[in-house]
Design a binder for this molecule. Structure first.
Ligand SMILES: Cc1cc2nc3c(=O)[nH]c(=O)nc-3n(C[C@H](O)[C@H](O)[C@H](O)COP(=O)(O)O)c2cc1C
Length: 211
């Protein structure tokens, strides 16, 4: 299948088959792809929590409108953004770049200093919103990576983020949940959506070409 065929195959799975387990290697490939996502200034201001624990998934299900995929999938990925930008977080990211690229100290560079001056002093809510946007880019990568691996998934905003942060102790880690994504395998004979046509606006309505 071509990439486009795989993206056509992908859909927001409504019913998953609990008897089919996503192999560890496929999970790791999906996580590797997510890790390669682009992010503003390369800060990667979010983390991905992989929940396989059944009891915790049951708790998550209750605060996510009882969406059954959370129980029937193999793993629930939780995309959780930094609650704010701190000097430490910014410095860690720049220090890592410096180390990996064998650059001499960048601590005085205008770029780093500009972020250090502007980000930590902003309203934490503004910072969280900015970080959450980066997490959504990772969600997009995950959707494509899962379809590439012929693994089903359902991106979900339909959950109570405060309750989820509580279940996973995310506040202690300086994180706030943004999107969750059960990954598993479709149970086609019980999924009302599987055979319905994909609905997208035509390219003519969707792409503005300025020539
Ligand atoms: C950020 C986001 C949140 C979503 N939340 C839910 C959700 O809570 N439950 C659900 O069943 N589908 C959810 N969806 C799936 C969308 O409804 C679905 O992607 C859209 O209708 C397009 O259909 P398709 O993905 O099957 O092509 C979400 C999708 C995105 C991108």
């Amino acid at each position: 299948m071509s990439l486009i065929e795989k993206l056509q195959w992908r859909y927001a799975t409504k019913k998953m088959d609990a008897s089919k387990v996503v192999p560890k290697e496929k999970l790791e490939q999906i996580l590797d792809a997510i890790r390669l996502s682009a992010s503003s200034s390369g800060l990667q201001p979010y983390e991905v929590i992989v929940v396989s624990n059944k009891a915790i998934r049951e708790k998550i299900c209750t605060i996510a409108s009882n969406q059954s995929q959370i129980i029937d999938c193999s793993y629930v990925l939780v995309f959780a953004a930094w609650d704010t930008y701190t000097a430490q977080r910014i410095n860690d990211a720049f220090d890592m770049t410096e180390e990996i690229r064998n650059l001499k100290s960048e601590s005085g560079t205008a770029y780093r200093q500009n972020l250090l001056k502007n980000y930590p002093t902003r309203d934490p809510e503004v910072n969280f919103t900015h970080a959450a946007k980066q997490a959504y880019i990772a969600v997009g990568t995950a959707l494509i990576a899962a379809s590439y691996q012929q693994v089903d998934c359902t991106p979900m905003e339909g959950f109570d983020p405060v309750a989820l942060d509580d279940i996973l102790n995310l506040k202690e880690r300086g994180l706030r949940s943004v999107v969750i994504m059960p990954i598993g395998y479709r149970k086609a004979d019980e999924d009302w959506l599987v055979n319905l046509k994909k609905v997208r606006r035509s390219k003519d309505q969707f792409v503005i070409r300025i020539e």
